[in-house]
Design a binder for this molecule. Structure first.
Ligand code: SF4
Length: 512
């Protein structure tokens, strides 16, 4: 059965009210990947539609939701560590509820309430929209509710959403994955790939833009196989081109593609669509062909490097990032040298590097020739050192360039001390920039033009006051309105573009 793509309406829940009639508060803690961050926005939106309010401080929340991850190392330890702490908090707080969802919940199922009987609700990756109903049932029945579905009931995108950022939004184009990478738990937890219809995706993007967003990231476990379900192998490239038609959408990104199915039509669509940004995350995983085979990744290192060449030929300023796993079972010194060779040749602007560790439930977990921890550590450090050098060299090559930076919130940890602001260049590099004395300060969501004056492996600095220019954007206006809303000062009621705190997941398609 295909998941429904119709908007999911969440009814107001009596459990969202305290006995005195005031609203219960919630907080959502996200462990794991971007997909989970996006799912958490849906969980927040669903809870707010049911009548809950965001807790002023997460420690005071009446409902704590943990959105778990089964991919990262120590995910289970982190979850049970957090649950152990929450047990004490719950004892001291009348009526508090704890819910656990996401990939690890889908995997561990009833084990969670066996190990942590103070948990009230366990829900999976296929039924996120059930959370308010499950909280209500747990309260009414006075017992834990565990509900996990084997198949997707509704696309997460049909749920209400509460977006973190006024300027940028995530739009999922597919869920699940048809690949069987031997280190990955995703296919068994998220199921086969299900693609949303292009019209639904475009309508959601349009709604985000109407809400003030100027940047959208298309999300999927394997974005470039998008369309396989409805029989159009070129659907992803077409979708990128359609993004170029959306007025007011300035930046389009996507994650993650898979090298095996990354075809020339996608590269051409990236190069020829004005608002698709010159950045690409292309997971390498290993530079050794025999390890790629053992990982059941069907491309080889030559093909991978060929893709990068084609991308750079057509998009010369593209910044390419990657994921690499070190110490996969059976990885020899020669295999690792191959990875170093491919990394050196790839000139990634940055890389997420992981030490392989056993993930129960994956085929690789039971492979022979697990690599000793000390060897993995040593290889990992060598790889990190190489990538740090390449990242620095690539960033130093940016010095003197003028870049357009979309100003963000919270990306510059030292901004207060350095008196700089931060944001992302078009190629997604992090830029810390100084606002010249007397110049107008940008708001989050505005775009500034700055010249790069210095570089480090993970960021660029732009301190040249001569080139600074500010462009106020709709996203900056949206941020202003959010600020006004959160201070209790309403934005102009006459303004039809004023953002809603929670929007329905799936808007209707507008005719233009
Ligand atoms: S492509 Fe491989 S690594 Fe990515 S989600 Fe699918 S199985 Fe996992």
């Amino acid at each position: 059965m295909n998941p429904t793509a119709d908007p999911t309406l969440i009814e107001p829940s009596p459990a969202a009210l305290r006995p005195d009639g005031t609203q219960r508060s919630y907080t959502v803690r996200t462990l794991g990947c971007q997909m989970n961050v996006h799912d958490s926005e849906r969980l927040s939106g669903s809870l707010e539609s049911a009548g809950y309010v965001a807790a002023e401080t997460p420690e005071d929340a009446d409902v704590v939701v943990i959105n778990t991850c089964a991919v990262r190392e120590n995910a289970a330890n982190r979850l049970y560590g957090q649950l152990g702490h929450l047990a004490g908090v719950k004892r001291g707080r009348e009526g508090m509820q704890i819910a656990v969802g996401g990939c690890l919940a889908q995997k561990d199922q009833g084990t969670i309430v066996e190990k942590a009987p103070w948990v009230d609700v366990v829900f999976g990756t296929h039924n996120m929209g059930s959370l308010p109903a499950l909280l209500e049932r747990a309260r009414h029945n006075q017992e834990a509710q565990v509900e996990l579905l084997e198949a997707l009931e509704v696309f997460p995108s049909t749920l209400p959403t509460k977006r973190d950022s006024a300027s940028s939004g995530w739009v999922s184009i597919s869920v699940g994955c048809n690949n069987t990478c031997t280190f990955c738990i995703v296919p068994s937890l998220r199921g086969k790939e299900k693609d949303r219809r292009p019209g639904d995706i475009l309508a959601e993007v349009q709604a985000l833009v109407d809400d003030g967003a100027i940047e959208v990231t298309l999300l999927g476990q394997n974005v470039n196989t998008y369309g396989v379900e409805f029989g159009d192998r070129q659907a992803f490239g077409k979708l990128l081109r359609a993004m170029g038609e959306i007025e007011g959408l300035e930046r389009v990104r996507f994650t993650s593609p898979h090298p095996a199915a990354f075809t020339d039509d996608v590269i051409a669509a990236m190069a020829e669509t004005h608002n698709v940004m010159p950045s690409l995350h292309m997971p390498l995983q290993s530079g050794s062909d025999s390890i790629l085979k053992a990982m059941r990744r069907s491309y080889r290192s030559r093909r991978f490097l060929g893709i990068l060449d084609s991308v750079r030929e057509q998009i010369p300023n593209a910044a390419i990032t990657t994921d690499i796993i070190v110490g996969f079972p059976g990885e020899t010194d020669d295999d690792f040298e191959d990875t170093l060779r491919v990394v050196e040749a790839s000139r990634f602007s940055s890389a997420f590097t992981f030490q392989y560790s056993i993930r129960p439930g994956t085929p690789a977990a039971t492979m022979e020739d697990q690599v000793p921890k000390a060897v993995v550590q040593e290889r990992y450090e060598r790889l990190m050192a190489l990538q740090e050098r390449v990242s620095l060299e690539e960033n130093q090559a940016q010095i003197g360039r003028t870049v357009q930076v979309l100003v963000s919130v919270g990306e510059g940890k030292k901004d207060a001390a350095t008196r700089r602001l931060s944001g992302r260049a078009e190629d997604n590099r992090l830029v810390h920039f100084a606002v010249p004395a007397g110049a107008e300060e940008p708001r989050p969501g505005d775009v500034v033009t700055v010249a790069v004056t210095a570089a480090a492996p993970h960021f660029l600095i732009a301190d040249d006051s001569g080139t600074y220019a500010l462009r106020r954007t709709r996203a900056g206006d949206a941020w202003d309105r959010r600020q006004a809303d959160s201070c209790g000062v309403p934005a102009s009621p006459a303004d039809p573009t004023a953002p809603r705190a929670v929007s329905l997941g799936l808007p209707t398609i507008r005719t233009r």
